[in-house]
Ligand binder design. Structure first.
Ligand code: PGA
Length: 258
């Protein structure tokens, strides 16, 4: 079953590096690396650098699928929305992916399940693929609310996109307590949630979507812990923050390689 889902590793650079030359160096190093040709690698630099990063990547010849992603996108095409960028702008810039609903957007910038769903739908309608992020806080996990929180976030998207849209969605399960903390979920914890997310998709979208949708894990993924996580049947890859800025990102891209 997992064989049908292409292994996916995203690098979320967040608000790093602080120069374009730094972004370019990360892309150059990755494109030249010996990464599993069966893996799909997508990196998300800061918005300001998307256009030169994509243009530069187009001049390189990586031996694996390598794309650039935005870190967020707005739900409207154009207008009086200071500070936002639209899906149509990403299309025009040749950007193929965007993140939506990253926990830092939800907590620091007050995105809600509904605004994340609207951003997700707008991106998909414009032809942008989405890495849709969900996950619970430590309080929610300790209060046994992990699945109700994740399901509420997914439901908002299920309500506004069509069954065929799911072909262009990757779900990133990122427990908030694991992001940037060095406290990675155990493979049993991650597998359990991924399995339940797949069951939710099966019950609320379709069995086909449940089997085909990639569900990736994020939160303190490193070269040291990625191999074990990658053996779990419902873990189809990773969304990597801190380690995506380091040489070990190559090893994470190779987590499934024999
Ligand atoms: P981290 O971040 O790998 O630094 O924990 C993951 C993310 O925020 O996507």
């Amino acid at each position: 079953m997992t064989a049908a889902r292409t292994f996916f590793v995203g690098g979320n650079f967040k608000m790093n590096p602080t120069t374009y030359s730094g972004v370019k160096a990360l892309i150059d190093d990755l494109a030249a690396a010996d990464i599993d040709p069966k893996a799909e690698i997508v990196v998300a630099p800061p918005t300001l650098y998307l256009i030169p990063a994509a243009a530069h990547l187009a001049t390189l010849k990586p031996s694996f699928t390598f794309n650039i992603s935005a870190q967020n996108v707005y739900s409207k095409t154009n207008g009086a929305f200071t500070g936002e960028i639209s899906p149509e702008m990403l299309v025009d810039a040749g950007i193929k992916y965007t993140l939506t609903g990253h926990s830092e957007r939800r907590t620091l910038f007050k995105d809600t399940s509904d605004t994340v769903a609207a951003r997700t739908k707008a991106a998909l309608d414009a032809g942008i693929k989405v890495i849709f992020c969900i996950g619970e806080t430590l309080d929610e996990r300790e209060g046994d609310k992990t699945m109700s929180v994740c399901e509420e976030m997914i439901k908002a998207v299920v309500n506004v996109i069509s069954e065929k849209d799911w072909a262009n969605v990757v779900i990133a399960y990122e427990p908030v307590w694991a992001i940037g903390t060095g406290k990675v979920a155990t493979s049993a914890q991650a597998q359990d949630v991924h399995h339940q997310i797949r069951a939710y998709l099966s019950a609320n979208v379709s069995q086909n979507v449940a089997e085909a949708t990639r569900i990736i894990y994020g939160g303190s993924v490193t070269a040291a812990n990625c191999k074990e996580l990658a053996t779990c049947p419902d873990i189809d890859g990773f969304l990597v923050g801190g380690a995506s800025l380091k040489p070990e990102f190559v090893q994470i891209g190779n987590a499934r390689r024999a």
